[in-house]
Design a protein around this ligand. Structure first.
Ligand code: DX5
Ligand code: ZN
Length: 226
């Protein structure tokens, strides 16, 4: 039995001049809130950080899913937790040996996940999947919203699904980048559970309706097996 499909709107695509309202509007139709933290070094862009997370924490009870596109996320786990983060995901490209940072996240009371960029093979995270609450498969190069989905990453989603199912692990498989009504079904069929969507949600006229529609398409694409 597959886990329910869950939607994680990415606030990177929200209107920051009214961020609280944007989050409140979508909260009832969403499961997690995806928060992209960039350092201008691991990725060629800068987004938002701890003060913003702290100010939006009172707006919603959604899981704060912090995607850390940073070279040194270990230096920020305690302040992220204090600001309201629930879960942090860290790039394997930044931390090829993530055992210590996974333990550090647990000590802080944070959920932990690993992220793999499109060119990075499943083999890079394979030894560490059991440390993860979430494996996040990037379906675009990280750093910017609004890019086109890279379909070849679906093989990596499927490999992760197979690994997790064979061992009956509780790990969620998340996908991020270019997720919309045309791509979410294929991502679900390949094995994803949690779908990050920025422009497809906050770029829509009715963001809550867009999130509900994405969840409906993902649920419809769910193959529970024989
Ligand atoms: C890209 C970010 C994504 C981004 C997704 O670096 O990790 O979370 O906000 O945006 P869309 O859904 O527009 O591709
Ligand atoms: Zn992201």
């Amino acid at each position: 039995m597959r886990k329910a499909a869950r939607i994680a709107p990415s606030i990177l695509a929200a209107d920051f001049s009214k961020l609280g309202e944007e989050i409140a509007a979508v909260a009832g139709a969403s499961d997690w809130l995806h928060i992209d933290v960039m350092d201008g070094h691991f990725v060629p862009n800068i987004s938002l950080g701890i003060p913003v997370i702290r100010s939006i924490r009172p707006v919603t009870d959604l899981v704060f899913d912090c995607h850390l596109m940073m070279t040194n996320p270990d230096a920020y786990l305690a302040p992220l937790k204090k600001a309201g983060a629930d879960l942090v995901t860290v790039h394997i490209e930044a931390f090829p040996d993530p055992v210590a940072i996974a333990a550090q996240a647990r000590d802080e009371g944070l959920g932990f996940g690993l992220v793999v960029n499109p060119p990075t093979p499943f083999a890079a995270i394979e030894p560490f999947v059991e440390l993860c609450d979430v494996v996040l498969v990037m379906s675009v190069q990280p750093g910017f919203g609004g890019q086109s989905f890279i379909p070849s990453v679906l093989d990596k989603v499927a490999a992760t699904r197979k690994f997790v199912d064979l061992r009956a692990l509780p790990t969620d498989i998340q996908i991020d980048g270019g997720i919309g009504i045309d791509t979410i079904g294929a991502a679900r069929r390949a094995g994803a559970d949690v779908f990050v969507a920025g422009s497809a949600v906050f770029g829509a006229e009715d963001s809550a309706a867009a999130a509900r529609e994405l969840r409906r398409i993902a649920e419809e694409a769910t193959d529970d097996g024989p």
